[in-house]
Design a protein around this ligand. Sequence first.
Ligand SMILES: *Cc1c(COP(=O)(O)O)cnc(C)c1O
Length: 413
Amino acid sequence: MTEQARHISTDLVHHSYQAPQAFSAPQPAVHKASTVIFDNVQDMRTRRWLDKSGYTYGLHGTPTTYQLEERLCSLEGGKQCLLVPSGLSAISTVSLALLSAGDEVLMPDNAYGPNKDFAAHELSRWGIRHVLYDPMNVADLEGKITPATKLVWLEAPGSVSMEFPNLIAMVQTCRARGVTSVLDNTWGAGLAFKPFDLLADGGSLATDVSVHALTKYPSGGGDVLMGSIMTVSPSLHMRIKLTHMRLGIGVGANDAEMVLRSLSSIALRYHAHDVSARVLAAGLQRQPAVVQLLHPAFEGAPGHAHWKALCGSAHQGQGAAAGLFSVVIDAQFGQDAIDRFCDSLQYFKLGYSWGGPMSLVVPYQIESMRGCGGGALKAGTVVRFCVGLEDTQDLLRDLAQAWEKAFSQAWQA
Ligand SMILES: *Cc1c(COP(=O)(O)O)cnc(C)c1O
């Protein structure tokens, strides 16, 4: 067939022009595909999807997703990475890959709520039992490991209440008992500590799996949902990868590109959020009605010593922490006053998630979220703050005006 004989519709699909190969620009290209084209039948029959030496189908990866996976490996110090459509999907995929009927999974009482819900309502239907342990008591975790325990979930610090556990001792316990450990590493983001090198000695102590809600700091925009599952063991990676493949999970190239684009500034943003959050946390701590500050970098906060041991050496001894903290407000103030405070804030918006440019606030009813544990928390109402990238003094003034409006108390500057 000559070129002239082709209909324009065919020409627009099978065009003869090839752009020159050598294109170089600061950002990686977006490679989008469901279908991947093979050179010939032999190529189609022999190309493998199980390693990253080539491409077979969009769901199994494109240059864009491979690049994001490798950069995330560098960030967290892992060796293999799988991308999933959300942080919660990273959690559920790991549990589905590593648990079978009759198994037990242990999770901290202060775990990310939807992880508990997944266990209670989905894993239970497959004959998998979940047991909660007190995150601040290593002996409680150890005592709850049985021959049926196949997975231990870890979070440092816990969602909302921010108690920092003795992660090193907990991973050592899992190791000693031969149980796979999975850390939800969203808070640390690969920056506050290295999940695969907990003793900072080159990797003698590592969690087996790290999951990360890329929705938070890696995305950094409050506009992308994504998660990752990181490992250092090829066999463990392969077990999870096969389940990931059979479940039909993948991420879109445009979303992967958005995370790639933000990832280069994550260390700068993480540090900026941290510095600003500590100023605001200190401001709130000065208020007599704040009975407890739940920020692991502060003296007296639950698990502060564990945070210091794991995250304390960064930034000339200032340590590293996410820009996220909670306070417990005196029980003398009812829910009405707490709600009025949250509603009166101008820059802190009401919304879930965190890690973006906009500051967020959420009031919690913590009693309804706890089974065992929770002993480190004082009585009162928990309010969680996620500190964005607005000017710190503007945020401080915002807290002060809302405080005075809601509690009829002068803000202690
Ligand atoms: C947000 C979050 C998740 C879930 O991430 P999504 O992308 O919103 O599903 C999981 N774990 C922690 C600790 C989180 O903060």
